[in-house]
Design a protein around this ligand. Structure first.
Ligand code: SF4
Length: 233
């Protein structure tokens, strides 16, 4: 059994706070939460800042986020007296992409959509992770078929570090229970039938009974619906 398998055996059934305490203590300044401001990442923000207010939390501003998400960044910082780092894409990459493919290239093809996600999300993420040993994410298995086989601890081979998913086994109702019990700030779009919130042109509200990721890149098949940040390796 390798080290990651041993860690998963140890942490699979452990409370998220215990998982966080272990890895925050183990990696110190070399671990960070990558927050998309989702309800899941807001739960982790709340837990982390209650453990240690100095843990690094960052978010990727793609330049195409909904107004409500920008508002939530400020609300979260005011609520916790925190300073979430907001990272931007490389302007040369985005300017070149738009010049060649247009403002809304993501509707052209899966390749163009993935190019936009790469330039606006994956490349800035790589920069953010390059000095870290581990990053924390709010993924949950039940969010989509692309996430069903993800474990608490995953190797991130692209970035050569560990990815920690403390609430991977949580249900959506467990997330909401935590949010309400702890008065955690969250995105107002959840009140408008949005279930998974990304960039404004690539996210829409869903209908009753649809799975939570169906409002993301709704013109694509479920198997392709990842932006490149969370590909199982
Ligand atoms: S979600 Fe849409 S707008 Fe945002 S980076 Fe990906 S393709 Fe571009």
């Amino acid at each position: 059994m390798n080290e990651i398998e041993e860690l998963n055996l140890l942490f699979d059934k452990k409370p998220a706070e215990d998982i966080l305490r272990y890895f925050l203590s183990k990696y110190g300044k070399k671990i960070a939460l990558a927050s998309s401001l989702s309800i899941e990442d807001q739960v982790l923000t709340d837990m982390i800042l209650k453990i240690d207010v100095n843990v690094k939390i960052f978010t990727l501003d793609t330049g195409r986020l909904p107004y409500e998400t920008y508002k939530l960044i400020d609300e979260t910082n005011n609520f916790y007296d925190s300073k979430i780092d907001v990272l931007f894409p490389n302007s040369n990459l985005v300017e070149g992409m738009i010049k060649e493919k247009g403002m809304n290239l993501f509707y052209n093809s899966i390749e163009d959509r993935k190019l936009c996600c790469y330039n606006r999300k994956v490349e800035p993420l790589k920069r953010a992770l390059k000095d870290l040993d581990a990053w924390i994410c709010g993924l949950r298995k039940e969010q989509s078929i692309t996430r069903e086989s993800i474990n608490v601890v995953e190797p991130d081979k692209n970035n050569n570090i560990l990815k920690i998913n403390p609430i991977i086994n949580w249900t959506e109702s467990e997330v909401w229970d935590y949010i309400r019990k702890n008065n955690v700030p969250y995105n107002n779009l959840y009140h408008k039938n949005y279930k998974s919130i990304g960039c404004a042109p690539c996210t829409r509200e869903i209908k009753e009974g649809e799975d939570s990721r169906s409002g993301r890149w709704w013109w694509e098949n479920p198997e392709t619906k990842e932006c490149g940040l969370h590909i199982k390796q």
